[in-house]
Design a protein around this ligand. Sequence first.
Ligand code: NAX
Ligand code: ADP
Ligand code: K
Length: 493
Amino acid sequence: MQKIITATQTRQADQFTIANEPISSVGLMERATKSFVVKFMEEVPAKNIMIAVYCGTGNNGGDGLAIARLLSARNYTNVKVVILQHSFKTSPEFDENFRSVQKLNLPVHIIQSDDELPAETSEIIIDAVLGSGLNKPLEGILKQWIDQLNALHKKVIAVDIPTGMFADEPNQADSTKFKADLVITFQRPKLNFLLPESALVMKSWEAVDIGLDEHFIQSCESELALIEEKDIRLIFKKRENFSHKGTFGHSLIIAGKDETMGAALLTAEACLNTGSGLTTAFIPPSGLIALNTRLPEVMAGFGEPGWQKYSALAIGPGLGTDDPAVAVLKNALKNFRGPCVFDADALNMLASDKSLFDLVPEQSILTPHVKEFDRLFGSHKNWNHRIKTMQQEARERELIIVLKNRYTIIALPTGMVYFNLTGTPAMASGGMGDVLTGIIVALLAQGYSAIQAAMAGVYLHGKAGNELEELGYSVIRASELAKQVSKTIFNFK
Ligand SMILES: NC(=O)C1=CN([C@@H]2O[C@H](COP(=O)(O)OP(=O)(O)OC[C@H]3O[C@@H](n4cnc5c(N)ncnc54)[C@H](O)[C@@H]3O)[C@@H](O)[C@H]2O)[C@@H](O)CC1
Ligand SMILES: Nc1ncnc2c1ncn2[C@@H]1O[C@H](COP(=O)(O)OP(=O)(O)O)[C@@H](O)[C@H]1O
Ligand SMILES: [K+]
């Protein structure tokens, strides 16, 4: 688990590192920019390409100057520096790097507030204008310059954070930000990189280690963290020699109606492949042939389930929200006493009847996508706001809320909020959420706690997608992912 820290905490980590290591502030800048350059060289190996490094006059600008010098030392032959001198205040680290750059044979253009931007012929722009020191949205000449640069549609690689983007506070959708193809960021992704609104500003990001004090970072007060593979490895237990189907629990899936039987099949298939000992799917009779043909290992159930037989319940995929579906949900809420995952239409029914929502047992897992989330908890003005809501609801109701997206967010009853980084846009296809539900219920049935099942389930789901993508899938069918998950678990151990 890696804590996500704010821009202010990053500055404190910076200060702590300088105070506790034999390194100066400019030395830390050198270390950071060296890490930047290593990643940059992987992205842009051609050394004769024309590169313009746009620098401000604070430490982000200081980074830019150091990067220009380091690239030149690594034989990039067409590097120039453009300093946007929107303010006359310079940081000492900027000044020191400016002196170093002046000793080299690098073209340096200094643009004053009343100057026009010169024509730009470089293919690559490095954005080192403003970093995490941003204190208000861009305005005036700086905004004009960045608007002009955006209009050039060059390939832009940003240092630490795109100019004009706040790291942790909500960003105004219409404020000017320097659009980046890639952000090479220091130590940790910023919170806002993980939220969908960032797509308006940046296409991708990579975090590089700059050697800030990790003990200090992990001791920072933050309720936000990234899930790491090693956290999930700790959760998984090996299947023991004398284990049998009874060892791995019995999953109950209540899903599907005539038109959406596929949802039940996908949930059940993922559940099987995640290692549930037994799986029973309560489906409408019209789905029986499909179930028996496609998934002979799964048992079908009709009528009233013998609730005590089951170790875990998943309810909702493709279930519909008509009166019989509501009756089924009420019945499950009344009778089932084990761990539960509520997904899809079960969430929609909980949203339309808050008295039902109040019956959801503590430690249950809810897996909404954003629309289902807003139906449950009301509309939200931005994703920062949604995080606050899920944190509060998870705490008050003692639930595990899994808000699905590119970086799925998991809020725990403890108030902690985790971001999962596995997964790929190749997974953006129908039925993918049903598969996640199947994975999670299988983990619950095997005796993993609700927190473990949600975290490991979300991680595995995304990891299976990454593995398939590496095998050459540009788009992944949900059924393909449901098959892959067994291999993902194998690869994982
Ligand atoms: N751990 C760290 O914190 C490290 C930070 N470094 C770099 O330092 C950067 C932060 O540097 P600074 O704190 O000097 O800040 P910036 O370089 O982001 O900004 C410089 C100054 O611009 C002014 N400013 C802010 N918003 C403005 C706006 N909208 N319009 C006009 N002026 C504005 C502020 O007075 C600010 O101090 C990071 O993004 C990173 O690139 C690295 O050099 C090394 C390690
Ligand atoms: N761009 C993406 N990157 C990573 N994962 C994605 C992306 N788009 C969708 N997914 C994943 O696919 C699943 C979609 O769930 P959901 O919207 O409920 O689908 P469905 O209702 O079709 O089953 C979620 O787990 C989500 O995280
Ligand atoms: K920047």
